[in-house]
Ligand binder design. Sequence first.
Ligand code: F6R
Length: 582
Amino acid sequence: MCGIIAYKGNKNSTNIILNGLKILEYRGYDSWGVASKNDKIHIFKEIGKIGEINKINLPNAKIAIGHTRWATTGSITKENAHPHLSCDNKIAVVHNGIIENYEELKKNLKNHRFVSETDTEIIPHLIEENINLGLFEAVKKVANLLEGRSAFIVISEYSDDLIAVRKGAPLILGISNDEYFIASDIPAFLDYTKNVNYLDDNEMVVIKDNPTFFNFETGDEIKKRIITIEWDKEQARKGRYDHYLIKEIMEQKETINRAINQDESEIQKIANEINNAFGTFFVGCGTAGKVCHAGEYLYSKIAKKHINFVVASEFSNYKHFLTDKTLMIAVSQSGETADTIEAIETAKKQNVKVISLINVKGSSINQKSDYSLLINAGPEKAVASTKAATSQLALLLLLAYASANRLKEGKLLLIETAGMINDMLNLRYEEHIKRLAERIYENEHLYIIGKAANYPMALECAIKIQEISYMHAEGFAAGELKHGPIALIEKSTPCIILVANDETKKDVLVNAQELKTRGAYTIGISPEYNKIFDYWIKVPDAGDASPIVNIIPIQILSYHLALLRKHDPDLPRNLAKSVTVK
Ligand code: F6R
């Protein structure tokens, strides 16, 4: 979590940093800060979101760094906001990640004065302690001392060099004419350049007049090729929408088609690997985890093949079952989720082959995988995942069809589904869902049920509602209700029923009737009307793609619940977009 950015060039650096921080705010919004450097280092820090601030009181400078924080070590205070300084105030550092051995390292810095509770603050002090080696050597030494996943950027009064280190957390260099940007994510500098160098783990970059890359473990210089990225800066903006969330929900008109627009021979090759593996694990966290869980059902139904779904943070418990014939499919929008990375590392130790489904090219998971499929959803900025989730589902569905030797059929189904989603996502549809939100937004509890692949989707709907509206929402396997949770149902408790037009329909409707009999206010997400529903939201009959179409109305519902309950749908409390801590 946390977003870091740096600039070196001839423009007013603080404006560039401020704009970049606003774009990176999805990575953390507990506090933020900027350091600029002309002859001296100047600092500005604030608690809370950057919001509408367009100017900060710092002198014009050609070098600056900035940070937006998701608090881990140390509470949310101005002192704990980055950048952090050395005792002589001549070295300023912004950092994303966790320094696992910071307490141990701090013990050796007895004569230094610390002003924050953060782990980060040891970095400028350690550099200061070693500054007699010169800034580059001091930073290199410190990079080798830190344990845990980190990325940090350093400016100093000792030289005009801008130095950045990647040790497990993302960092990308943007290159324009005579100006350089470094950030945790590309959209932070997409207004200025599309030409980038990805830093790999254990690499650092030193920008004097030009950038030079080094492996900080060996000290070797590294040559890098400039990559021109395809993301359009308009894609990374809100455009005519009030929030990224609703923009990204509406983008699902196109994103399914983009996800399945893959090289068919590659898809077939991966499907064959799944067929031939001695055990395949689908692994992810949160929404990506629910997608993996749905993938398990889709594979069972379509390819008649058992897949092991495991939540990434639990994967190490399965290490006894891994061999060099095992396959892992890791699913992650950001490609930076620490739990998923750790699961991949566990797998790699046992020589497991790892294929990932990711949205961010060059991300850590992309680099750690044997092979990656890009879901091509474009930048996802709202903290709650929407378009990435449906794109991931589409790709897993396509793989399941390919595993059943029915790739063409699967592709056709998904193309039809994309067309149906395009027709469905109109203003009238959104209004219909908004009216439902107006009826239920004052309730504190809400339950969702589904069966087969729509069971994990019920769990996903619950995540969406919880994280954006802060209502208590819980998803259940429809048949499980009568084994306990039905005791929670009171008169008018809203209950959402996810229905697919297949062999599960009859059972789910029986369970819906059980809820209605206990007084629930039943909301049917279904291709067909049924008199059990007090409120009906029609979804297209998408066959095996029903989990994809069924979650979309709940994404819209969550958005309107958040607005009615006066919460920011893009930046929900306590959360951040990429969860780079364990
Ligand atoms: C919920 C949400 C999270 C993420 C999870 C994994 O809306 O966005 O649950 O799905 O943190 O993130 P990625 O996909 O980046 O690995």
